[in-house]
Each structure stands twice: as C-alpha cells, then as structure tokens.
Design a protein around this ligand. Structure first.
Ligand code: NAD
Length: 499
C-alpha cells in the first residue's frame, strides 16, 4: 500500500520507533525487568510492512511461576493498602498515560496497524478506565445490620479477591490491559498480565508507567510468550492464584474456563461476538449509515463489538446498501501511521486469510459483491472495505466473527423475523438497532439476547457502563459500577452481642 503523505508518515514512524526504544522489553516480575529464563525472544511485526518492530523477552512456565510468586507475595500489603492510596495511584497513571498519548498511539499503530486517530482514541479510552476506577476505589461499601432474630449483628464487607491472572487480546492492546489492571488495582488485587503475542509493547509500556507512578513491586507483573498455553496453564495452576480475567475468543475462553475449574477460580470472561445490526424501515438512514461505519470499520472491523451481520428491512435494503457501499468506497486504506488513512491493515496473514475465506464462502452460496471483495497485491495485510448483498443465512460469516472490514447484508420483513435472525447465534455480546419508534426500540432491548444494545448508535463502549455479553460471549462485566465487583469477594461476619 502506498503512503499518501510521506513526510508526516516518516515523522510518525520516527516517533513510534523512539517510543519502542524507550519501552522495556523484558519480563516484569516483582518490580524487576528480566530476560526470559530460556533466553528466548519473540518478534513483534508491523502489519503494514511485515517488518520486525521489536523483540521482547519470551516467558517460560518457570517464569510464570516466578511471576505468580511475586504477585502472591505482594498481595497482603496491597490488599491492606488504603483506598485513597490506590485511587491516587490510578489518577497519576491516568495523567501520565494522557501525557504520552501521541507517543503511545504511534507505537500502538506500529505494532498492530490501526489508524493513528483510532490509536489516540484508544489511549484516551484506556486512560478513562484508570480515572473511572480511581474513583470507584473510594466507593467500595459493605453493610451493617441486625439479624431478623435480633440475636446478632450482620457485618458484610468486600475484600480483594486476590492474585489475578489477566489474559488480553491484540485488538485493543492498551485498553484491554487498562480495563483489567485498573479495577484490580482499585480493588486491591495483584496481577500477572499476559498480553497477546502480536502486541506485547503496549502492555509493557502500561506496566512501566504504573511502576513509575508508584505501583509497588509485584502489584503488576507482565509476561509475554509466543506459546501461551503452557505459560497460562502454569499461572492458573499456581496454588496462590484466585482469579482469571480473560478477553479473547470464545474457543480459548472455553479452554481457560476448564483450566480455571481445577482450582475453582473466580472468572471474568469477555469473549467473541457476532453482533447483529438491525435497520428498520422507519430508521433515519443517515444515522444508520453513520452507525454502520462506526460499528463496522472501527479497528478495520477487528472488534468484538463489530457489526457482523447487517439485517435490513426489505423496504430500505437497496437504499441502505447503496449508501453503505458509497461510504465504504470512499475510505482511505493504507498504513496507519499515515494521518490520512482511515482503514489500516489486518493484524496478520492468518486474519486476512480468514476474511478471504469467509467472503469466498458467501460468494459461493448466493452473495454478490457491491464494493471491494478483492485483496490488493503488495506488502502488508490489507483488505479493502467490502459490502456483500443477498447473503445467505447459512453462510459461514453469519456464524463466525469476520474480524475484517466486510459488511454482509441480509433482509427481513417483520420485527419477529428480525429478532429471530438476530438471536440465531451462540454469541450474545452486543446488538445494534436503528428505528425511530421508541416502543419498538424498548421491545428489542428486552428481546435481543445480548449483554449490550446500541439504539441508533454504532458505539457502546464506555468505561462508565457495564461491558459484557451473555450466552457464549462471556461471564461478568467490565467497567461501570459493576466492574470493580469482579475483583471483590463478599465477607460476612455474624457478631454476637453479650447481654
Ligand atoms: P485469542 O483468543 O486468540 O487470544 C486471546 C489471548 O489468549 C491472547 O493473549 C492469547 O495469547 C491467549 N491464548 C491463545 N491461546 C491460548 C491458550 N491455548 N491458552 C492460554 N492462552 C491462550 O483472541 P485474539 O485473536 O487475541 O482476539 C480476538 C478475539 O477476542 C475475538 O474473538 C474478539 O471478539 C475477542 N474480544 C472480545 C472482547 C470482549 O470484551 N468481549 C474484546 C476484545 C476482543
């Protein structure tokens, strides 16, 4: 892909490279940066070029045990720290992250490809989790009452759940780390973070920043590995671990739930989605098209919240399809470090191969290409914004996450059919509904089997709101006033009174 604005892109590349150079590349264990015990390293690749951006230390299962030992050792003091101390730490981290927004955004684009404007947005989104949970740390409340019999008092007090394993995906490499570390810190839990192998740098930078603003040694530990199975297994079977918080695919989530069962760990699972995007015949089509672009193209379609299935009322299907095709055709595709680019590369070759396979399957059945549909030649894992119409219900892309810039449009005739189609999936993360009828919108909020619903809006993520899914999209919620409870246990004491 050609760079459109070469001088600015070169400056951004220098900024990204300087940020990489300033980011530690070791394992962070007990406040110390060290090489992996086997001496191996893992390469980080720029998806726009395939070039190596950095090499970071590769963890072994022995390193995992050492990291969890450090988290367990740090837990008593951290669990006993004052809410104000934890709150102030998170607030300092918020400020430090925002101070470095441009540098860290450039590094994020370098390691995973998203356009710079989106990377800046993600740094701000990640920072908001730090600020939100800085405030939540101060509002962990219990209760005190009299037992119905009058024989004793009842004291209920929340306690940190304890040492936590956090496993994160590559698609929001800073925000997913912050969304786990911030509530863990606020609640008084220590953590071993295991980021995705494609994107170790953002997590290393975040952990470094947390140390700089005063996180005590062992409160945040980080391990990277290209072979996550044995490393995560060692963490989940350490006798001191109490919790797993995972964001990633449903397949890996199921595996980790099985491992977590061995020691009956608390689990929070943010898994895959298959979001329906439902457009009724009374929708404001411009609003629906704006929402479609947000819900489809954010992160080049690589979001768990990405609209995966466009279900459009037959009466407006042609207009919606033509409008979406026009907008998708106008998008500027290229390397994310170019400021004019709106759609970056996919994260790696496997991601692009999957998108190509899903499009091929849809075309083999009944679909037709309205725009896009062919990958470009040249370096980088690019795929053009694509609109497919007349997509068969049985097509694989109606059941698998596409995770790419492909909008697959099917039609419906009435509300019941739309709801049946929307709910016809094992997933239940988010759905989007476009209608001007308030009664219908509220009816759909009740009848759609998803943890979140966007009404006339293509973005739902908000640190102040509970993010999460139902069915095989997950367990638990992140963010909102609910998020901190994922990291707290409820302790009850029955207090006898003498006399
Ligand atoms: P993934 O499941 O392949 O990987 C996620 C994490 O699990 C990575 O850190 C990876 O190293 C680790 N992992 C992979 N195999 C493992 C194993 N056998 N044992 C232990 N750990 C293992 O997912 P991904 O490709 O990084 O991310 C994309 C997926 O994440 C999509 O399905 C997307 O929908 C989902 N996601 C969900 C949310 C949400 O909040 N619900 C948010 C972002 C992404």
């Amino acid at each position: 892909m050609e760079t459109l604005d070469a001088p600015t892109t070169a400056r951004n590349r220098d900024r990204a490279a300087a940020t990489v150079a300033a980011t530690p590349t070791g394992l962070l264990i007990g406040g110390e940066w060290r090489p992996g015990s086997a001496g191996d390293e893992l390469d980080v690749l720029d998806p726009a070029t395939g070039d190596v951006v950095a090499s970071v230390a590769e963890a072994t299962p022995e390193d995992a045990v050492a990291a969890m030992d450090a988290a367990v050792a740090a837990q008593p003091a951290w669990g006993a720290s004052s809410p104000r101390e934890r709150s102030d730490l998170l607030m300092r981290a918020f400020t430090a992250l925002m101070d470095r927004q441009d540098d860290l955004a450039a590094m994020m684009t370098f390691e995973m490809g998203k356009p710079l404007a989106e990377a800046r947005g993600e740094i701000a989104y990640a920072a908001e989790f730090l600020r939100w949970f800085s405030q939540e740390a101060l509002r962990i409340e219990g209760r005190y009452g009299i037992a119905p019999s009058g024989a004793n008092r009842v004291l209920v007090s929340p306690r940190p759940v304890g040492p936590t394993v956090a496993v994160t995906p590559w698609n929001f490499p800073m925000a997913m780390g912050a969304r786990k570390l911030a509530p863990a810190i606020a609640a008084g839990c220590t953590t071993v973070l295991k980021p995705a192998e494609q994107t170790p740098l953002c997590s290393l930078a975040l952990a470094d920043l947390l140390g700089e603003v005063g996180a005590p040694d062992g409160v945040v530990n980080v391990l990277n590995t290209s072979n996550p199975g044995p490393v995560v297994d060692a963490l989940l079977h350490h006798p001191g671990v109490r919790k797993l918080t995972f964001t990633g695919s449903t397949d890996v989530g199921r595996l980790l739930l099985r491992s977590a069962a061995d020691q009956v760990l608390r689990t929070s699972m943010e898994l895959g989605g298959n979001a329906p995007f439902v457009v009724f015949d009374d929708a404001d089509l411009d609003v629906a098209l704006d929402g479609a672009m947000d819900a489809k193209l954010r992160n080049t379609g690589q979001a768990c919240t990405a609209a995966n299935r466009f279900l459009v009322h037959r009466a407006v299907a042609d207009d919606f399809t033509a409008g979406l095709a026009e907008r998708m055709r106008d998008m500027v595709v290229g390397p994310g470090l170019d400021e004019s680019v709106q759609v970056g590369p996919l994260v790696d070759r496997a991601a692009r191969d999957k998108v190509e396979r899903l499009v091929g399957d849809a075309l083999d059945r009944s679909a037709r290409v309205v725009v896009g549909g062919e990958r470009p030649d040249g370096v980088g894992w690019f795929y053009p914004p694509t609109v497919l119409a007349d997509v068969d219900r049985g097509a694989d892309l109606n059941h698998d996450e596409i995770f790419g810039p492909v909008a697959a449009i099917s039609t419906f005739d009435d509300t019941d059919e739309a709801i049946a189609m929307a709910n016809d999936t094992i997933h239940g993360l988010v759905s989007y509904v476009f209608t001007r009828d308030l009664d219908r919108a509220l009816d759909l909020v009740d009848r759609l089997d998803t943890g979140m619903v966007g009404i006339n809006r293509g973005l739902v993520s908000d640190p102040a709101a509970p993010f999460g899914g139902v069915k095989q999209s997950g367990l638990g919620r992140e963010g909102g006033s609910e998020g901190i409870w994922e990291f707290l246990e409820t302790r009850y004491a029955a207090i006898g009174t003498s006399g």
